[in-house]
Write a protein that binds this ligand. Structure first.
Ligand code: COA
Ligand code: AMP
Length: 639
């Protein structure tokens, strides 16, 4: 299909002409207890609020209404766990019963509308039920990814101040069982806020010790509620603008940002995206291979496919090693997925193990139509390999935790536009995307600049940060007045295709996971022997980027540097978690700086990535860069 036969340009123009009408029409696809008075109220909130006056419930739209409409027997969730050796299909009817029962348990444990509930859980159906049960009673969930350590969880507990924490005895990673409960206990010991109760799912792979008076057994409470409970039959009406969840994401410091998501706008944008961006019909099988701890998991494992009446595959496994690089093809074929969504890193992993795509031949992928990639830049060679191997369109699209859905993509549902490798294609309706210079002036086509979005942001995007309006304004709105700063840099070509090339801040993207180098520096700086440090992301064939820490030791320290480097690696794993993938610490005599004391991160990165670089005119001592090059060479890095 060429650009002219896609409906995209007409639809985007329609939104530009009449955003109110466009979103009012999209909102009509949902069930409302009370219809919104308008699509948008520019006077409310910080930059306006979506669907003022609307009263709704996200769980109702994701579950109950499908049962009422006759989808009760259709699979809502297909749980496929090669790690646990379990497969399970959960119908919409069963999902409704389970959310009713768990909602009742949450109520019994003191959770009410507006209360926060933290989930620290592996990829099990109970986690999805828990998110929906919170939504059902108007409680605000906050899911913390299982690869984060106790200290990170504690920070989130102190910020969200949950009434209840839901967790499990363990997660399962290839070759090891990760005991979550000791991490939870440690996090609660570290946090100033203490939750009233914890509900713990005992998995057969590990038995968690319970704290009397605080911890409750998930299965016992569920079974009791199933028989005796005052089930929460009705979904609690909430305002469209009420929060559905808080999802913490990396900022430039160690203190994560609590991205807030509302109920109404979120549902409207996600529902629209399933049909028009992803080209999916209700009843079809959709698979997002991510984790519920990330925004991609929130939006496209849980909420969007369920709101759209699809079957969503919940996969507890990896692209390789569970058991091999054919795992993705097996899941697509076995469950009849018509599309999947994952991060490019997963395809790099598969390509590395099975470059000829031989394992694909064992599976019938005849129903499979489209592969969607996001979470990090899709490198053209991986994208081309996926296209040649799968022989279906491979669609890169760009978004952020903050937006909750795609900013720029190729809307397959409106008629696919030509694919340009390296570009995540065009702005979705709702987003007026500009590329600007430091003075906030549009740069010419194909020139690099900061990518910003003209306010207001569309539905589903964060209205603010959890109890941190000033931080929201300062982080996102202050630098380019009237615009949202994405903190991504890139360019737009003559056809309006957007090329996202990298972050403008200290955030790095490791295997599609967003991490703060500032947070890692805070941990390293706390090591007794470290005087100064810098962490930056360096190129990695599999994970895209990996963090690399440069350490300057305090004078007088005479222990072997390798010993200290090992301790630093262990410290980041202990304090931030294995997800940081921090495995490279390099001791150097000093850090290269400008005369005004700024660390020359960009130049160090170029040296580490083996790219050409020029000596910065402002450097304090040019020899410092040679020293960095030599230290990297000692570790076999730097090209
Ligand atoms: N609980 C506990 N530990 C976890 C975890 C979890 N939920 N998830 C990951 N970890 C651990 C891993 O076991 C690994 O530990 P290790 O250092 O002992 O090996 C570490 O955190 C780093 O994880 P990761 O960066 O994911 O590396 P990996 O080698 O385990 O897997 C990929 C690499 C590419 C296979 C994997 O990252 C992947 O499948 N990514 C694509 C999908 C995705 O998750 N995208 C994210 C957003 S769309
Ligand atoms: P997260 O909030 O974890 O989703 O990470 C968002 C960041 O990941 C963005 O700001 C980008 O830097 C990067 N990112 C996500 N998707 C893409 C993409 N398709 N192309 C380039 N970068 C991307």
């Amino acid at each position: 299909m060429d650009a002219r036969s896609s409906r995209y340009h007409d639809v985007y123009a329609r939104w530009q002409r009449d955003p109110e009408g466009f979103w009012t029409e999209a909102a009509a696809e949902l069930d409302w207890f009370e219809k919104p008075k308008a699509a948008f109220d520019p006077k409310a909130g910080i930059y306006g609020r979506w669907f003022p006056g609307g009263v709704c419930n996200t769980c109702f739209n994701a579950v109950d209404r499908h049962v009422a409409a006759g989808r009760g027997e259709q699979a809502a969730i297909v749980y496929d766990s090669p790690l646990a050796g379990v497969k399970q299909t959960i119908s919409y009817h069963r999902l409704m019963t389970e959310t009713q029962v768990l909602a009742s348990v949450l109520r019994d444990l003191g959770v009410g509308k507006g209360d926060r509930v933290i989930l620290y859980m592996p990829m099990v159906p109970e986690a999805v039920v828990a998110m929906l049960a919170c939504a059902r009673i108007g409680a605000i969930h906050s899911v913390v990814f299982g690869g984060f350590a106790a200290r990170e969880l504690a920070t989130r507990i102190d910020d969200a101040k949950p009434t209840l924490i839901l967790s499990a005895s363990c997660g399962i990673e290839p070759g090891r069982v990760v005991a979550y409960k000791p991490l939870l206990d440690e996090a609660i010991a570290l946090s100033a806020h203490k939750p009233g109760a914890c509900l713990i799912l005992q998995r057969p792979q590990a038995e968690a010790a319970m704290v009397a008076g605080r911890d409750h057994d998930w299965a016992t409470m569920r079974d009791h509620a199933l028989v005796h409970a005052r089930w929460v039959y009705d979904c609690v009406p909430v305002a469209a603008t009420d929060p559905l969840y808080i999802l913490y994401t990396s900022g430039t410091t160690g203190r994560p940002k609590g991205v807030l998501r509302d109920n109404g706008g979120h549902m409207v944008a996600l529902k629209w995206s399933m049909k028009y961006l992803y080209g999916i019909e209700p009843g079809e099988v959709w698979w997002t291979a991510s984790d519920i701890g990330w925004v991609v998991g929130h939006s496209y494992i849980v909420y969007a496919p369920l709101i759209h009446g699809c079957t969503s595959v919940l996969y507890e496994g990896k692209p390789v090693g569970t058991p091999d690089a054919g795992a993705f093809w097996r899941v697509i074929a076995e469950h009849g997925a018509v599309a999947m969504f994952t991060a490019p890193t997963a395809f790099r992993a598969i390509k590395k193990e099975d470059p000829q795509g031989k394992l694909l031949k064992q599976h019938d992928l005849s129903k499979f139509r489209t592969l969607f990639l996001a979470g990090e830049r899709a490198d053209p060679p991986t994208l081309a390999w996926a296209e040649q191997t799968l022989k279906v369109p491979v669609i890169d699209h760009w978004w952020q935790t903050e937006t909750g859905w795609c900013i720029a993509g190729n809307p397959v549902g409106l008629g696919k536009l030509p694919v340009k490798h390296g570009s995540s294609a065009v702005a979705m309706p709702g987003y007026d995307v500009r590329v600007v210079d430091e003075a906030c002036k549009d740069v010419p086509a194909s020139a690099m600049g900061s990518i910003v979005v003209k306010l207001p942001l569309p539905p589903a995007c964060l209205p603010t940060l959890w109890q941190a309006d000033a931080r929201f304004e300062e982080s996102y709105l202050a630098e380019f007045p009237g615009y949202y700063k994405t903190a991504d840099a890139g360019f737009k070509d003559d056809d309006g295709y957007i090329f996202v090339m990298g972050r403008t801040d200290d955030i790095i993207n490791v295997a599609g996971h967003r991490l703060s180098t500032g947070g890692m520096e805070e941990v390293l700086a706390a090591h007794q022997d470290v005087a100064e440090c810098a962490v930056l992301g360096i190129k990695d064939e599999l994970k895209g980027e990996v963090p690399c820490g440069f350490l300057v030791l305090k004078s007088g320290v005479n222990r072997p540097p390798t010993e200290i480097e090992k301790e630093c690696v262990a410290l980041v794993r202990e304090k931030i978690g294995p997800v940081a993938a921090f495995k490279l610490a390099i001791t150097v005599g000093r850090l290269p700086k400008t005369r005004s004391g700024k660390i020359l991160r960009g130049t160090i990165k170029k040296i580490a990535d083996g790219e050409s670089w020029t000596m910065p005119a402002t450097i304090e001592d040019p020899k410092a860069l040679d020293e960095i090059g030599a230290a990297l060479k000692d570790k076999g890095l730097g090209g």
